[in-house]
Design a protein around this ligand. Sequence first.
Ligand code: ZN
Length: 330
Amino acid sequence: MKKRYIELHLHLDGAITPDIAKDLAALQKIKLPYKDERELEKALMVSKDCRSLNEFLECFKLPCSLLQTKEGIARAVYLVQENIKRQGVVYAEIRFAPQLHMDKGLTMREVIESALDGLKKSDLKCNLILCCMRMADNKEQNLETVKLAKEYLINEESNKDYGVVALDLAGAEALYKTEQFIDVFKLATELNVPFTIHAGEADGAESVKKAVQFGAKRIGHGVRSVENLALMKALSEKKICLEMCPTSNLQTKAIEKIEDFPIREFMKLGIPVTINTDDMAICGTDMGHEMNLIRNKFDITDNEESEIYANAVRYSFAKNKIKKQLMEVQ
Ligand SMILES: [Zn+2]
């Protein structure tokens, strides 16, 4: 039987493959500044000698430039959904930062509505997460992102099954510490908007601790939680789900080698883990590859793989009725 996967941590701009880039460029009459396929691939994929998260983040320039119009954003959301559907993904939460798609004059509201337009076109079960960004001087944009998330949020009472389901905090974690974003997540908590936070990737366990204190329901990556046993126990007790992304962690040097990926340590302590691609195009991976990687390296059994799937369902931000359907298709 074909394997089924759930992807909870997937960035829209990190999922722009060369084929999708060409489609988006043609649609928007943008000339791609690359002479051949190989050069395009190189621009969209992280190099083997990438040294840090900051260098990794450089790879987002080209895909981001293709996501600055209504039609570009809508088309990209649709094409990414179709792409992951072919790979066996049955449910996904695609994330993006509305404030990074305003270069050609779109408002954040227009960015979100364009993404929602794209979402409707595919029959893949899929929701959106809006990212706030770790940057200097963008507090207003982050607060606006929270307010818009509230406005577009779907919950159990909504008549819609799919839409915006949560917030995130993304960007250069080592440069802009989690604690600087307290006001953003205070507002999110006040407005009852659930959130995940990228933490414990480029920065240490303290960053994860802060994210948990803020009230994050899930943690993006969280690999460096392994540095602090008390924190790991807290994650286990509070049932905070980790959105783990092995290949991405290798490429950003969050871990030195795959053997250092602490999935076994987390599982042993009962922390709910999930496996994700993060930036499938930039990392040159897909869900099947990520799952095989951890199966082979950590002797993950079929039962454990089923548990990882069940975690993804349980800790997804989807409506209960969708979760029920996802449990049944496994
Ligand atoms: Zn990420």
